[in-house]
Design a protein around this ligand. Structure first.
Ligand SMILES: Cc1cc2nc3c(=O)[nH]c(=O)nc-3n(C[C@H](O)[C@H](O)[C@H](O)COP(=O)(O)OP(=O)(O)OC[C@H]3O[C@@H](n4cnc5c(N)ncnc54)[C@H](O)[C@@H]3O)c2cc1C
Length: 418
């Protein structure tokens, strides 16, 4: 019997498996696909850098074909109003740079690193079911009929959440019922110099574009819209993407000579939360534990950070039987998701965006926003005051419009328009 079985070889699974192997546990990782495989989620956050260091991956990332990211720019559809947040404006030097990545390559690097650190990695080995009845053991059945046992199982299987579906008490997130339509393109214009690798977010009413330069040639472009709009607009997702690019002046300019080089992907119903993340013989990490809107590019960071905290908690559970750290993990992860929840839902309200995208007048605001954009959400009390101030200003903006000029938001096209 192994000490730990990890289900899923994405960033959450690879990180949990590697850290547990580094602690001396015997670990088997079961991954349904053969890597490299496509995955969305290409913009990383600076607060991941500490973990890359501990995984022994910082040099490989810097040497790989990944784009250095020094900040993020938020713009209106015409490109007239906006702000670029730079990570060096208030963070320690080790957080000044993050990366934009082709996830197929990045995830493969993490998985190979897990194998190199002693994890038994089995690809094309999907998990069909799991038995958690014995509180000190988990029995995992694979699609190929094989049965494996371990003292503990970490579910890092992403949105499908093999264990979470059974015991996690999944909840949909009202107000975040969105659809993402995206693809990769060549010949998309980008900023010059140090800002060339920034994420660019172009905001329309109730919807937004991402433009993420994942390599020197390739730009990932995606549109996130309300699910109800897609149902009612009379356009296919492909048509909606093409029409919205054409009718959004800033995006149309950047993509004038763009050439699409992958299929168009559609993802929906990606926002959900799990109420229960841990038990005596299991823990859910990464997307398996919950995911909110992709607007702040938090997914990979949350997956890896949750795996890191979980690895320490599993160590305590397996070495001395204690559940304390697992319970603390559940609380901390849900708190961090709660902070993003406020920002994610706020992002779809005009008063929030007006303050967020015009922060010039108050340098404290810029610091708060840069902290959130960098992934500083597991901090204890340090950021509470700043966040409270930010949401207070948003309230004033809603009532009186006194904090920042109002913005006339552009709407999405429907079948009848353009
Ligand atoms: C539209 C959109 C845009 C996004 N943009 C960003 C972004 O810019 N930046 C960012 O950080 N995040 C982004 N995300 C989120 C990001 O994609 C995820 O949060 C991240 O991939 C989570 O990592 P994970 O390891 O938890 O899960 P995953 O990356 O989903 O990995 C799970 C793995 O488990 C495997 N698996 C599934 N079921 C089984 C099974 N039964 N048995 C064995 N293996 C199994 C899968 O094959 C997969 O390899 C975005 C998400 C969406 C929907």
């Amino acid at each position: 019997m192994k000490d730990v079985i990890v289900i899923g070889g994405g960033p959450g699974g690879s990180t949990a498996a590697t850290l547990l192997a580094q602690k001396g546990f015997s670990v088997t990782l079961l991954e349904r696909e053969r890597f490299p495989r496509f995955q969305i989620g290409e913009s990383l956050l600076p607060y991941n850098n500490d973990l890359f260091e501990r995984l022994g991956m910082s040099d490989q990332l810097a040497a790989g074909d990944f784009t250095p990211k020094y900040g993020a720019e938020f713009l209106t559809g015409d490109g007239e109003i906006g702000y670029t947040f730079h990570f060096d404006s208030n963070l320690a030097p080790r957080y000044h740079r993050s990366f934009q990545v082709e996830r197929a390559d990045f995830d493969h690097l993490l998985l190979k690193n897990a194998a190199a650190k002693g994890v038994e990695v089995r690809e094309q080995c999907g998990v069909a079911s799991i038995d958690l009845d014995d509180p000190n053991r988990a029995v995992v059945r694979c699609v190929n009929g094989e049965q494996l046992e371990a003292r503990f199982v970490v579910d890092a299987s992403g949105h499908g959440s093999v264990v979470g579906q059974r015991v996690g008490q999944k909840e949909d997130v009202a107000g975040l019922k969105k659809i993402a339509i995206f693809s990769h393109y060549k010949n998309v214009l980008r900023r010059e110099g140090r800002d060339a690798g920034n994420t660019v977010i172009v905001v329309l009413r109730d919807s937004w574009f991402w433009l993420i330069p994942i390599s020197a040639e390739v730009m990932s472009v995606g549109l996130v819209v309300d699910r109800d709009h897609v149902k009612s607009c009379g356009l296919t997702p492909e048509e909606l993407l093409a029409k919205t690019i054409a009718s959004t002046p800033h995006v149309a300019r950047q993509m004038e000579n763009a050439e699409r080089i992958t299929q168009i992907y559609v993802r929906k119903d990606f926002s959900f939360l799990m109420k229960r993340l841990v038990g005596t013989n299991f823990a859910l990490v990464g997307d398996a534990a919950g995911f909110l809107d992709p607007i702040f590019s938090t997914g990979v960071f949350m997956a890896m950070k949750s795996a890191d905290i979980t690895a320490n908690a599993v160590e305590a559970r397996l070495r001395n039987g204690s559940m304390k750290m697992l319970q603390r993990y559940q609380r901390d992860m849900q708190n961090a998701l709660g902070k993003y929840f406020r920002f994610n839902t706020g992002f779809y309200r005009p008063e929030f965006l007006e303050v967020f995208m015009q922060p010039h007048r108050d340098s404290r605001l810029i610091k708060v926003i840069v902290g959130v954009l960098a992934g500083d959400v597991f901090a204890t009390n340090r950021d509470r005051l700043g966040l409270a101030m930010f949401f207070f200003l948003v309230k004033i903006q809603k009532w009186r419009g006194a904090i920042a000029p109002r913005i006339a938001w552009e709407r999405l096209p429907g079948a009848a328009s353009v």
